[in-house]
Design a protein around this ligand. Structure first.
Ligand code: PAF
Length: 284
């Protein structure tokens, strides 16, 4: 079978029926939320989930509400058969792949907004994005009620938004962040890397290189404004249109004007029509 015979459910009732069986078996249950276009970054989430939990469900849903009107929802890479085969090979026990109208039936009217931490950076450049993410993640967590759910650190602000969401809404799932998986040249794996033209792909690793160089300068005591400014100039000289390159508190995302607390350097920049994001930890 092309998908390796993996179990696929498309309704919340069927998802809950399987999860209920796992609960009866007293299994610890993981959820790995994805939008498909599965790559090694997603497989690292599955591997972490399998390490912690007896049963792993993955969701596969390209969530329309987290894309802006001028973004790539229609063009987002979709290949369900290939995704299912990768999930099967990675040891996922169940895939939840609902159609859009099962997630957003006619009359759907609720939106979850995580203020503060979701307001700027990605939230500022992609208005409505985090409300779309928070709403669908809240739904997925309440639909599956897993013990733990796994998110990549590549989308670092998303990870913090989801942590805030589960705390604020008392959703009883542990949120686990998993380290970014990179190409050998440092480029963070992303489903959107397929959009890069060959020449852009050659230049793309500069984003991670600049983050690392800026982090090293900050650790040596460089001034934050000067170091991040130099990083932005290096990216612009490399052909990137920079949306932001900033140092933030690693837990609250509050601006840091000196490296006094664990920090996170976060960047977003466009190469042609592809928008790349990345981030690295910076310890004081
Ligand atoms: O990170 C993603 O792929 C998506 O934002 C998520 C968490 C699956 C919600 O649609």
């Amino acid at each position: 079978m092309a998908n390796g015979g993996i179990a696929v459910v498309r309704t919340v009732a069927d998802l809950r029926a399987t999860v209920a069986l796992w609960r009866d078996e007293r299994q610890r249950i993981a959820l790995v939320p994805t939008m498909g276009a599965i790559h090694r970054g997603h497989l690292a989430l599955v591997a972490a989930a399998r390490g912690d939990c007896g049963r792993v469900a993955a969701s596969l849903f390209v969530n329309p509400t987290q894309f802006g009107p001028s973004e790539d929802f229609a063009a987002y890479p979709r290949d369900e058969a290939a995704d299912l085969a990768q999930f099967a090979a990675a040891g996922v026990d169940l895939v939840f792949a609902p159609p859009v109208d099962a997630m957003y039936p006619p009359g759907f009217a609720t939106s979850v907004t995580v203020g503060g931490i979701g307001d700027e950076l990605e939230g500022g450049h992609r208005p409505g994005h985090f409300a779309g993410v928070a709403t669908v993640v809240a739904k997925l967590l309440l639909q599956a009620l897993p013990d733990a759910a796994y998110f990549g650190e590549k989308d670092y602000q998303q990870l913090l938004v989801v942590r805030r969401l589960v705390r604020d809404l008392d959703i009883p799932a542990q949120i686990v962040g998993v380290a970014t998986v990179r190409e050998p040249d440092g480029l963070a794996l992303s489903s959107r890397n397929v959009y890069l033209a060959p020449d852009e792909r050659r230049r793309a690793p500069l984003l991670h290189q600049v983050l690392q160089e800026t982090a090293a300068a900050l650790r040596r005591g460089a001034d934050v404004a000067a170091a991040t400014g130099r990083g932005r100039s290096r990216l612009a000289a490399g052909g990137f249109a920079v949306d932001y390159l900033v140092l933030r508190d690693a837990e609250t995302l509050a601006p840091l004007d000196r490296l006094a607390a664990p920090g996170r350097l976060l960047a977003a920049a466009r190469l042609g029509r592809t928008r790349l994001i990345d981030n690295v930890a910076v310890a004081p």
